[in-house]
Design a protein around this ligand. Structure first.
Ligand code: NAP
Ligand code: MN
Length: 256
């Protein structure tokens, strides 16, 4: 018998739905928080990301299904009033697996994090100056608050707030976007977001990261004293179970 877990946002409605789903699904699948085959998330895209981080060590044996309160999300195919339909489809249908690679982030040569949406190097204390390399080739010296490097999945998250492009599902790319870049007569950087091929390696180098943070999805760590941050698409990927055909355009229209 396959096993499952339910991860929910800590609000009373999501908690109640989680209890309902757990009861109903327990007739067909075994509840197992340690080594589940399926993870159902109830909440938003944020809850989905949280669940992936929670099970980051067993992503290769797990599949995720998202249930969203309110609208459809990018990771979430079901609304909370669709839950009986979801149970029926999980029990009766062979779902389709959509895989998406995570970003792998290293600081000074050691892998420190994986991200589903993005990694950001941000400095709110002072102007951050850093050199951007793509595949060991220098693109530019950047000055400003920071840099956001996102995946296709993350293109509708923070990246979109810094005027990055939305990337259609299925395109395994990396996107770099500036966070409040400084552009004037003396200092110039590309300014526009840049979308790179899937095997690209992005390196951010500075001899002064004092006050800077490395943020990956919803966690942050200090970069004081560090020299370089490298990110690339990882071999690790997340598998999303799709039981119904929701087009990417439909998801976009549902959310924005
Ligand atoms: P959070 O509260 O979990 O998420 C912040 C908002 O971003 C929520 O409305 C969430 O949607 C939405 N979101 C997350 N991933 C998304 C995606 N791939 N596509 C579209 N919307 C998405 O905040 P958090 O835990 O601090 O950070 C989680 C993620 O939120 C980060 O990776 C970052 O991309 C994003 N975020 C964005 C901004 C911004 O745009 N200025 C600021 C902070 C964080 P739900 O309501 O469906 O959960
Ligand atoms: Mn949402």
């Amino acid at each position: 018998m396959k096993s499952f877990v339910v991860v929910h946002r800590p609000d009373s409605q999501s908690e109640e739905l989680a209890g309902y789903l757990r009861d109903k699904l327990s007739k067909y699948l075994q509840y197992d928080e340690e080594h589940p085959d399926y993870c159902f998330t109830i909440g938003g895209d944020g809850t989905f990301i949280y669940a992936i981080h929670q099970y980051h060590n067993q992503l290769d044996t797990m599949s995720f299904v998202g249930i969203h309160s309110g609208t459809l999300g990018f990771f979430t195919d079901y609304r909370n009033n669709d839950i009986d339909q979801l149970i029926k489809e999980v029990v009766e249908k062979e779902g389709k697996i959509v895989e998406s690679q995570l970003l792998e982030i290293s600081i000074d040569g050691c892998i420190v994090e994986y991200a589903i949406n993005e990694m950001r190097v941000e400095n709110s204390m002072r102007t951050q100056i850093l050199d951007i390399y793509i595949n060991n080739e220098k693109l530019e010296t950047y000055r400003g608050t920071g840099i956001c490097v996102c995946t296709q999945l993350g293109s509708t998250a923070y990246n979109r707030s810094v005027q990055g492009a939305v990337i259609q599902e299925g395109l395994p790319v990396i996107q770099i976007a500036e966070i409040a870049g400084i552009h004037h007569r003396e200092f110039q950087s590309l300014g526009s977001p840049i979308v790179l091929k899937e095997d690209s390696v992005v390196k951010l180098v500075s001899d002064n990261f004092e006050g800077a943070l490395l943020c990956t999805d919803s966690t942050c760590q200090k970069l004081d004293g560090k020299k370089e941050v490298v990110c690339r698409l990882s071999k690790k990927s997340v598998r999303m179970m799709r039981y119904r055909d929701v087009s990417y355009i439909e998801r976009l229209k549902s959310l924005f």
